[in-house]
Ligand binder design. Structure first.
Ligand code: NDP
Ligand code: MG
Length: 419
């Protein structure tokens, strides 16, 4: 169902269709978030090349209204009828012809609309899975920031990409870096053909790389969200602090490039200048570097195989100082190792871990559990739901649901123990 604006929709559609035929139409799932805003920053620099077709948001309706006014998309999607009315109210004094839709079907519709060329998947968490799959099934160029979608559905997601002829490009900076470091003739899953030894996935170690372990249970939400190098949404910031983010990225790399667990090594690199590397069998290592700014991988994804300006400053080597590397400590970052184990266990384990982690991080951000309890919830949920394989979308969604129920029960027990 749609909430129409008072102005004529025809005017907006005509203006929309009169774009240069080379212009690519882009849907941005999660436009109000950190990745969504960075995507709009890049598009703003290239109005001839890209036109925003649809944008979505949930709670940041004022920001969504500003985006509607600036980019005049054909559609803006929110999650409820109430939110649609609010957004409509925010736009009533504007000249906007944007059609306002709401609900999960609308998210899938704007991701799969025949006129759309590119879909940026930047909703956080499992909520992004179905609209991203809708884009995949209609053979879009899919720019994947939403790593949780791939972690929770793995093989099914990759099969859908291949069966439908979608073009999946990684936006996560590490995977975008690896993508840039692979040879042009890289064949999915065939590291031997390209002389690849293994992938080197770098991570900064986040804000607690040197914090005494005894202080971990007193970490505040503000401390956990204050990443030293990257500015990101709150969920991924907490994941970065616990290195669950690197664990999810480990699983993401496995599926994106068709690698085994033994083909991927995690390297701590606190400066976040090298975004990841590929080690070749002849001893060469090819790295991708740059300032830590997501506009670089976003611009590469939008314009691939060309390169366009992203608005990111050149790396200034005269000011670069330390360039250090180490291995992540298991005691400090248990979530990373839990994710690697889950990856070896199979689909039920990674779906369960992703679900538990989303729920536990949410509880931490609401100050209901402490930082170290995120790992406990993840571990216990994985023990309960980590076995078996999941081969269809319904079984994945059911397993996600059951895992969340168990994780919530563990959180409730922890809350009761604190009273
Ligand atoms: P943010 O929290 O900043 O943004 C999330 C976006 O998703 C917002 O537009 C938000 O709307 C929307 N959203 C939240 N919940 C739902 C829901 N249930 N249904 C539909 N939409 C929803 O996150 P980020 O931009 O930081 O991250 C987005 C994704 O990209 C994540 O999967 C993250 O792991 C990945 N990523 C992010 C990086 C970064 O640098 N930020 C780097 C690499 C990957 P609203 O804000 O209006 O409520
Ligand atoms: Mg990343």
């Amino acid at each position: 169902m749609s909430v129409k604006q008072s102005q004529s929709v025809d005017d907006g559609v005509n203006a929309f269709l009169s774009q240069n035929s080379k212009t690519q139409l882009v849907t941005i799932l999660g436009a109000t978030g950190s990745i969504g805003c960075s995507t709009l920053d890049v598009i703003r620099l290239h109005p001839e090349q890209f036109k925003v077709f649809a944008i979505t948001g949930v709670s940041q309706l004022s920001k969504l209204a500003e985006q509607v006014i600036e980019f005049s998309p054909q559609y803006a999607v929110v999650n409820s009828q109430e939110a649609a009315k609010q957004l409509s109210g925010l736009l009533q004094d504007s000249q906007s012809n944007t059609e306002i839709l709401f609900g999960s079907k609308a998210l899938c519709d704007i991701a799969s609309d025949p006129s759309v060329d590119i879909v940026m998947s930047a909703i956080v968490g499992a909520a992004g899975l179905m609209p991203t799959l809708a884009a995949v099934k209609t053979a879009k160029r899919v720019l994947l920031a939403n790593k949780e979608a791939l972690v929770m559905s793995g093989e099914l997601f990759i099969d859908a990409v291949n069966q439908n002829g979608a073009q999946l490009l990684p936006i996560d900076s590490e995977h975008n870096a690896i993508f840039q470091c692979l040879p042009n003739d890289f064949e999915y899953g065939n590291k031997h053909k390209s002389g690849i030894s293994h992938l080197l996935l770098t991570g900064s170690g986040g804000p607690f790389r040197e914090l005494p372990l005894a202080d971990f249970s007193n970490i505040t939400t503000e401390q956990a969200c204050a990443h030293p190098n990257w500015s990101m949404g709150r969920k991924i910031s907490v994941d970065s602090a616990s290195m669950m983010n690197k664990g999810l990225e480990f699983i993401e790399a496995k599926w994106l490039f068709g690698m085994d667990e033994s083909d991927i090594e995690v390297v701590l690199h606190p400066q976040s200048t090298i975004h990841s590397m590929v080690q070749y069998i002849d001893g060469s290592v090819i790295a991708q570097m740059g300032n830590p700014d997501m506009r670089t991988p976003i611009a590469y994804g939008l314009s691939y195989p060309e390169r366009i300006h992203s608005g990111v400053a050149n790396l200034d080597f005269s000011t670069l100082r330390d360039f250090s590397f180490s291995s992540p400590c298991k005691k400090r970052f248990p979530n990373l190792y839990l994710a690697i184990e889950a990856s070896k266990q199979g689909q039920a384990a990674t779906t369960a871990l992703n679900a538990a982690n989303e729920l536990a991080v949410h509880a931490f951000l609401q100050e209901k559990i402490n930082f170290t309890q995120i790992n406990q919830v993840n571990d216990m949920t994985l023990q309960k739901h980590g076995h078996g394989n999941l081969t269809c979308i319904d079984s994945i969604l059911e397993h996600d649901h059951l895992s969340r129920e168990s994780a919530q029960a563990f959180v409730n027990t922890m809350i009761e123990a604190q009273l």
